[in-house]
Design a protein around this ligand. Structure first.
Ligand code: FAD
Length: 428
C-alpha cells in the first residue's frame, strides 16, 4: 500500500480506554500511530492493573458507546458490548423504622433504556485487540514520557522494566521520538499536561476531595454452576446497587461471572478509624449498609478492607486543552473527575469523537492541497485544536461539577421523601 502523503505521525501517550480509542480514530484516518504506555501490555496476565486493584467496574453510557460506534470499526462495539451487563436503574438498599431491610428500584429511564456495567480492564483489552490488527499502529509498552518539546515536535521516553537493562550510568535508557501531533491520554497525573504547561498559559486547578475509596467483592452464588453466570448473582444483576449512608456510600456493580465489584466511599477520617479498629468493620457495615454482611462474610469484609488499597479521588480542571498544532490532552489528563456521575471515562471517550469530528471538518478544506509537510496541514490542525479547546472546556467543566454534586445525590438525596416526590412528579 502506498504511503498517504497526508498521513501524519500521531503519537498517543497512554493506552488506557481514552488513548486506545484516540489511537483507533487516528489509525482509521490513515495516520501513522505510535502508542506509548508506561505499563506493560494489560493483556499480559503478569501486568499490575491500574491503581493496583483487581478491577474497576464502570458504568458505560450512551456518551461513551456513541464514541465507539463512530470509531469506524464495525466490530468494535459488539466486541466491547459482549462483556457488559445492562443496568436499568439504581437499587437503593436501606432499613425501615421497624428494622426490616428494603430494596427500592429507581429506573433510569421510563422507556427502559439502560446503562451498562463493564470491567475497565476488559474494555481496555478489547480496544487493544482491535488496534493490534491495524498495520499503521505500533505499541510501545513500558515507555514513560519523560520530556517533550512541542515547538520542535520531539518527545523523550524512558524505557522501563525488563526492556531496559539499566545503563552504566544507572539512568534509565531514553529514546527520542518525533511527531506531528501528540495526543496526551495519560490520566489524571498526566505528564503531557505537565510538559504542555511550559508552552501554553494553562489555567490549572486540582482538588482532592476528603473521600477515599476501597474495593470489595461479592462472590457469586457457588451453588449455581459457573456455566450459568446470570443465575449466580446474589442480588439483581440489572441494577447499580447503592447503600446510601448520608456521609458515606457503598455501591455494587455486576460483573459477568456472577460477582459484584463493590466500592466503599467514605471520608478519610472514617477510613482512619476503621484502619485502627478493623474488628469494628462488620458493625459499621451493619449500621450503615444493611444487608451487606449477608453478602460478604464479616471476616472476608475485614480482610478485603485491609488488603485492598484506600485510594484518593482527584478532580482536575484546566484550559486550554491544546498547544499550537502539536499537542492535545484528552480524558482524565484534561478533566479527571470524581466518579459519582459515572462519566469520567464516558466523557473521555466522547472527547475523542468530538476532537476527530473537528479535525475532519478542517481536513475537508485541505483536500487537493499540498501534504502536511507544507505547513498547511499544521495550520489547519492548529485551528482545529483551538476550536476543540473552545468547545470542549465548558462541557468538561460542567460534567466535572455535576460529578461532585452527584455525590450528595447518591449518598443522601436518594433517600429523602422530597427526592422521591420530585421523581414521582417527573415521571407522572
Ligand atoms: P487512564 O485510565 O488513567 O489511563 C491513562 C494511561 O496512561 C494509563 O494506562 C497509564 O499507565 C498511562 N500513563 C500515565 N503516565 C504515563 C506516562 N508518563 N507515559 C506513558 N504512559 C503513561 N468513569 C465512567 O465513565 N463511569 C464510571 O462508572 C466510572 N467509575 C469510576 C469509579 C472509580 C472508583 C474511579 C476511580 C473512576 C471511575 N471512572 C468512571 C473514571 C474512569 O476510570 C476514568 O475516567 C478513565 O479510566 C480515564 O481514562 P483515561 O484513558 O483518560 O486515563
Amino acid at each position: 500500500m502506498a504511503a498517504d502523503p497526508k498521513a501524519q505521525k500521531v503519537v498517543v501517550v497512554g493506552a488506557g480506554p481514552v488513548g486506545s480509542l484516540a489511537a483507533l480514530y487516528a489509525a482509521q484516518r490513515g495516520h501513522d500511530v505510535e502508542i506509548y504506555e508506561l505499563r506493560s501490555d494489560l493483556r499480559d496476565p503478569s501486568t499490575t492493573p491500574l491503581n493496583f486493584t483487581k478491577s474497576i467496574n464502570l458504568a458505560l453510557s450512551e456518551r461513551g458507546i456513541n464514541a465507539m460506534r463512530n470509531a469506524g470499526d464495525p466490530t468494535l462495539l459488539d466486541h466491547v458490548m459482549a462483556a457488559t451487563i445492562p443496568m436499568r436503574g439504581r437499587m437503593i438498599h436501606g432499613r425501615r423504622p421497624n428494622g426490616d431491610f428494603f430494596e427500592q428500584p429507581q429506573d433510569y429511564d421510563i422507556h427502559g433504556r439502560t446503562i451498562y456495567a463493564v470491567d475497565r480492564g476488559e474494555l481496555n483489552k478489547r480496544l487493544l485487540d482491535i488496534l493490534e490488527r491495524m498495520p499503521n499502529v505500533t505499541f510501545h509498552f513500558n515507555h514513560k514520557l519523560s520530556g517533550a518539546d512541542f515547538r520542535k515536535c520531539r518527545a523523550w521516553f524512558e524505557v522501563q522494566g525488563k526492556e531496559n537493562p539499566a545503563t552504566a550510568t544507572g539512568r534509565a535508557k531514553e529514546i527520542e521520538v518525533g511527531f506531528d501531533l501528540m495526543i496526551g491520554a495519560d490520566g489524571a497525573h498526566s505528564a503531557v499536561r505537565y510538559h504542555m504547561m511550559k508552552y501554553v498559559r494553562m489555567d490549572y486547578h486540582q482538588e482532592y476531595i476528603d473521600t477515599l475509596w476501597c474495593e470489595f467483592q461479592i462472590q457469586p452464588n457457588e451453588d449455581v454452576p459457573s456455566e450459568q453466570p446470570m443465575s449466580r448473582f446474589r442480588i439483581s444483576p440489572n441494577h447499580l446497587h447503592i447503600w446510601p449512608g448520608k456521609e458515606f456510600m457503598f455501591i455494587a456493580i455486576p460483573s459477568d461471572d456472577g460477582s459484584f465489584t463493590c466500592t466503599l466511599f467514605a471520608p478519610s477520617l472514617v477510613f482512619e478509624r476503621l484502619e485502627v479498629t478493623p474488628e469494628q468493620i462488620p458493625a459499621f457495615f451493619d449500621h450503615h449498609f444493611p444487608g451487606v454482611t449477608s453478602l460478604i462474610d464479616p471476616p472476608e469484609l475485614i480482610s478485603q478492607f485491609r488488603q485492598n488499597p484506600h485510594l484518593p479521588l482527584i478532580s482536575v480542571k484546566c484550559k486550554p486543552y491544546h498547544y499550537g498544532s502539536s499537542a492535545v490532552i484528552l480524558g482524565d489528563a484534561a478533566h479527571a473527575m470524581v466518579p459519582f456521575y459515572g462519566q469520567g471515562m464516558n466523557a473521555g471517550l466522547e472527547d475523542v469523537r468530538i476532537l476527530f469530528g473537528i479535525l475532519d471538518k478542517y481536513k475537508r478544506g485541505d483536500e487537493g492541497e499540498a501534504s502536511s509537510a507544507s505547513g498547511l496541514a499544521a495550520d489547519r490542525r492548529k485551528c482545529a485544536l483551538a476550536e476543540y479547546s473552545a468547545v470542549r472546556v465548558a462541557d468538561a467543566h460542567a460534567i466535572n461539577d455535576l460529578a461532585l454534586q452527584n455525590y450528595v445525590e447518591m449518598r443522601a438525596s436518594v433517600l429523602s421523601p422530597l427526592y422521591r416526590l420530585r421523581k414521582f412528579l417527573e415521571e407522572a
